[in-house]
Design a protein around this ligand. Structure first.
Ligand SMILES: N[C@@H](CCC(=O)N[C@@H](CS)C(=O)NCC(=O)O)C(=O)O
Length: 277
């Protein structure tokens, strides 16, 4: 593991690290915040998955999670959103595909499949890696994210309910297989057979029987991506009659930015801490 930076913050440590990923065949960077309580005992881990165009750095610099994570004793891990490097395929003029747009899936199509294995990276390789380097209580894990990362958090929680005890999202893409924003990317990564897309679509997963106890979703009403990309009302419909709990909060005047995310960050961390014990 390469240490790219380490800084003390709120009595804990904000670090940025990189390692060689087998899954993505690329050097991957991630951020970890370790609260001061971790000196005394292993702390629960909350994974934050970022949105389109982001790296690990957007939430680290603008998410304002450290004060509350320090207080609540939560480790926060912030991975990158795609493989990186000169040999990784990309679409240079399309921010919804390629680098910065890994969609937390395992691509099956050329030329993407060799590197774009973000589902395996996030659910297997990175957890195995960080547990070796940080004292974490892996029996207490939560996951949250923003936009494409909200989609990642919700689909990963729905597919791994035994691993995650809590899930929340800021402005998630709840049905990526039908959104103008994301359907073209799913087709390129996964091919034309839409049946294979369903495992990466929170609404479709629920229709197909996946379950998770409850979700917290915050959504700004002034978010310019609300109608084309995000559409949380589709998730509300998908959970009807399933017993899945949903706290959906629609906020007047808030947009898609980190001003919105940082405003509600404390509520999300509290939501996770209450469920992680
Ligand atoms: N295409 C626009 C929009 C992309 C966008 O809003 N991305 C969201 C996630 S979907 C984000 O978090 N952007 C980075 C930031 O605000 O720091 C851009 O590149 O600025």
């Amino acid at each position: 593991m390469k240490v790219l930076s380490q800084n003390t913050a709120f009595g804990g440590m904000q670090g940025v690290f990189s390692h060689e990923s087998q899954a993505c065949q690329s050097e991957m960077t991630f951020a970890v915040y370790v609260p001061p309580k971790a000196i005394i005992e292993p702390c629960p881990v909350v994974w934050y998955l970022s949105g389109l165009t982001c790296t690990h750095a957007n939430v680290m610099e603008k998410g304002e999670y450290r004060r509350m994570a320090s207080e609540l004793g939560l480790i926060i891990v912030c991975p990158d959103t795609s493989p990186r490097g000169n040999d990784v395929p990309d679409e240079l003029t399309n921010w919804q595909m390629g680098k910065g747009a890994g969609f937390y899936l395992d691509a099956t199509e050329k030329p993407w499949a060799d590197h774009y294995q973000m589902y395996t990276y996030i659910t297997e390789e990175l957890p195995d890696f960080v547990r070796q380097h940080f004292r974490m209580d892996m029996d207490r894990q939560g996951i949250f994210g923003h936009s494409m990362g909200g989609h990642g958090a919700m689909t990963i929680a729905l597919k791994n309910p035994e691993r995650f005890k809590s899930c929340s999202a800021f402005a998630p893409i709840v049905q990526p297989s039908t959104a103008e924003w994301s359907a073209p990317a799913l087709e390129k990564y996964l091919g034309p057979d839409r049946a294979t897309w369903r495992q990466y679509d929170a609404c479709a997963l629920i229709e197909d029987g996946a379950r998770f106890p409850e979700f917290l979703i915050d959504q700004g009403k002034a978010d310019s991506f609300l109608d084309d990309g995000l559409r949380p009302w589709l998730f509300e419909q998908a959970i009807e009659g399933t017993g899945i709990g949903l706290t959906l909060r629609m906020h007047e005047r808030y947009d898609h930015s980190y001003y919105f995310i940082s405003t509600f960050m404390d509520d999300h961390l509290t939501w996770h801490a209450e469920r992680l014990g």
